[in-house]
Design a protein around this ligand. Structure first.
Ligand code: HEM
Length: 669
């Protein structure tokens, strides 16, 4: 399919006819975009469901006093320091509170709440929008289509970045929410008794999964907003709050406050706490197993980390462990190179290197797969120069906050990459067994059993992720967090309902904002969405103006070289531009106090996902160079010793009296 719409985003150009929400404009590309393999593969449109009676909707008017949220308390005046703070405060020296926990998401377009303040949107006719579950079932498929190019680590790293950048306030995103909007047997709790934050998802009759057990309602609790906070609301439409730092600062490893950090830090040798079990080093154990995990046995392993979502799935717990071990590996090496360094210096220097490697892998190895390398170069998200040269592009006029459109719609499109079967592989990459995802949600202990840690790490480096398309794996579409029950929740329904909860601008509005043509009828979407899919949308929504951003933009054909259609690509590109340029500590900056020397930068730029896995597995001996990509003749599995390594001797403090023991540190693989 070839079409001729697309855009380049040009930063810092004067704006002409575009909106003034930010300083970019979107131009049509002279080259036609060639669309990838994202066209629907699920069966032709068929809507077996009856319309849902609007009286059944679960949005309950306020009946109780609002819950309050902790107020951020950044210092009023910032001192320029060598290292990031734990809560992101003072990254921006004049606006200390930018990007701190418990602050608002950013937004590209004004919200479209039904009442202008906070009620979820309705159809332009005034009726209810179609049930999110109905939309999930009709517009999205559940076919298992493996991606020939990318591995499960590619998907998993995306969740790591997500957990670093944002978390909506008011729930754990994995543990059963204490607020019940549906009874445990799946009946709607009456509007008069339901909590005011309830916005339950109504299951249509004849639901292929839930009707088997009589589930009529999926629990859904609204995100807390500045209106629930007694320090941030200044009137007008509600804005949701995010409880982690917006910066890509590995807050999921180090915590989002000094307090959280102190709880997981060893305070010796610059190390973070690890606990030794069966000869390996693991994340420390949670002090509240039943509260943090869905353990079957109270002695089951359940972790404590910088982010509360750490236990959510095995692949996530593995990467959290790997990033933690990497910190300690660096701290130990620095300590041997610089015996005069105290705990704090070792901790902060190791943290700085760990974050820099992670930012490098994210921007130069991972994001080009998703956003397209050329698109990133053109929009100044990455640079071709490197070597040891700095990129001094920090711009205090750019707000680093995570955009609501990004976290609530665009970035969640990659839920499509989730695979419900996790293979365990030997060093020779042969399959030893596999795990079913829904058996192991919130039960990370499985990664400590036998050789599972390495087998799953190799599995994620070998097994293809699911194709980024309209299909969402059954394990997350009917069995999410099922906790031993026959069925669980549906992540795609949650994504759609969350889009409404946050009152995101419509698909059509966002198209226009991104420089694409605004549709004046259903046919107007035909430039990017196939006719069959438009028919499905017509069967669901009353008007083309009603289509949710999460829905419409997930159905677009992809831009060539990227893993999203033009609308999501626009949002994602904008986000990752802001995340880079709005971060005073971004690793490529050459500030004397906060940056790296050219020699050190050359080393950081050697960091790779492959090396990270090699260095921090239990006994991983071999890896392919590009670990986000499947093994092939051009990406063969090689011994770890063939994979470039960041030489930490560039961090010897020549002003001190370091006596490095190179053999001890760098002699091993
Ligand atoms: C097995 C893997 C994953 C599971 C089980 C999972 C599950 C979830 C759940 C339950 C939520 C909260 C839903 C809600 O109530 O609104 C969520 C939010 C989210 N997920 Fe995932 N997810 C996974 C992987 C990913 C990946 C690979 C990405 C992106 C590359 C991603 C991006 C997001 C984003 C951006 C959010 C919203 C974050 C926020 O609160 O601001 N997730 N996910």
């Amino acid at each position: 399919l070839k079409v001729s719409t697309g855009y380049h985003i040009l930063h810092n150009e004067p704006t002409h006819h575009q909106t003034n929400y930010h300083g970019f404009r979107f131009l049509h590309s002279p080259d036609p975009f060639v669309y990838g393999n994202s066209l629907p593969t699920s069966p032709a449109p068929l809507n077996p469901f009856l319309p849902v009676a609007s009286a059944l909707t679960g949005y309950a008017p306020p009946t109780t006093a609002p819950r309050t949220v902790t107020c951020p308390s950044p210092p009023s005046i910032c001192e320029k320091t060598a290292y990031r703070t734990m809560d992101g405060s003072c990254n921006h020296l004049e606006r200390p509170g930018l990007g701190v926990p418990n602050s608002r998401y950013g937004r590209l377009l004004s919200p479209k709440y039904a009442d202008g303040i906070s009620a979820p949107p309705r159809s332009i006719s005034g009726d209810e929008l179609p049930s999110a579950r109905l939309v999930s079932l009709v517009a999205f498929g559940e076919q298992d289509v493996p991606d020939p190019q990318f591995t499960l680590h590619n998907m998993q790293w995306g969740q790591i970045m997500t957990h670093d950048m944002s978390m909506q306030a008011g729930g754990t995103q994995s543990k059963k929410h204490p607020t019940r909007c549906c009874t445990d047997d799946g009946r709607l709790i009456g509007l008069d008794t339901a909590h005011k934050t309830c916005f339950a998802i109504i299951v249509p009759p004849h639901d292929p999964a839930y009707s088997q057990v009589g589930t009529e309602c999926l629990n859904f609790v609204r995100t807390l907003t500045d209106r629930d906070s007694n320090c941030q609301y200044t009137g007008g439409p509600a804005e949701q709050l995010t409880v982690v730092t917006a910066y890509m600062d590995l807050s999921l490893v180090y915590g989002n406050s000094m307090e959280q950090n102190s709880d997981i830090r060893e305070f010796q040798g610059g190390r973070m706490i690890v606990e030794e079990r069966n000869g390996a080093k693991w994340l420390p154990l949670s002090r509240n197993v039943t509260g943090d995990c869905d353990a079957v046995d109270p002695n089951e392993v359940c972790y404590r980390a910088g982010d509360v979502r750490v236990n959510q799935n095995p692949g996530l717990a593995i990467l959290q462990t790997i990033l933690l071990r990497e910190h300690n590996r660096i701290a130990d090496a620095l300590s041997a190179l610089n015996p005069h360094f105290d705990d704090r210096t070792l901790f902060q220097e190791a943290r700085k290197i760990n974050i820099a490697q992670y930012q490098h892998i994210s921007y130069y190895e991972w994001l080009p797969i998703f956003l397209g390398g050329e698109n990133m170069f053109k929009n100044r998200l990455i640079y071709k120069a490197p070597g040891g040269s700095h990129v001094n592009d920090y711009d205090p006029n750019i707000d680093p906050s995570v955009l609501n459109e990004h976290a609530t719609a665009a970035f969640r499109y990659f839920h499509s990459q989730i695979e419900g079967r996790l293979d365990l592989l030997s060093e020779l990459r042969s399959v030893l067994g596999s795990l079913t995802l829904s058996d192991w949600f919130n039960r990370p202990g499985i990664i400590e059993v036998g050789d599972n840690f390495d087998s799953l790490t190799r599995g994620h480096a070998t097994q293809p992720e699911e194709l980024t398309d309209i299909n969402f794996d059954r394990q997350i579409k009917h069995f999410l967090f099922r906790r031993n029950m026959p069925f669980g929740s549906d992540l795609r329904s949650l994504d759609i309902q969350r889009n409404r909860d946050h009152g995101l601008a419509s698909y059509n509005d966002m198209r226009e904002f991104c420089g694409l043509t605004r549709a004046h009828s259903w046919e107007g979407y035909g430039d990017l969405i196939s006719p069959q899919v438009i028919e499905k949308l017509k069967s669901l929504y009353e008007s083309h103006e009603d289509v949710d951003l999460t829905v419409g933009a997930s159905l677009e054909a992809h831009v060539a070289g990227a893993l999203a259609g033009p609308t999501f690509l626009c949002v994602l590109t904008e986000q990752f531009y802001r995340t880079r340029v709005g971060d005073r500590f971004f690793y490529e900056n050459g500030d004397k106090m906060t940056g790296f020397t050219p020699d050190q930068l050359v080393e950081i730029r050697k960091a790779s996902m492959a090396r990270l896995l090699c260095d921090n597995g239990n006994h991983i001996e071999n890896m392919q160079h590009a670990a986000f990509k499947t093994v092939s003749a051009s990406n063969p599995v090689v011994p770890c010793s063939n994979i470039p390594l960041v030489d930490l001797t560039k961090w010897i403090d020549l002003n001190g009296h370091a006596t490095p023991d190179h053999a001890a540190i760098f002699g091993k693989k």
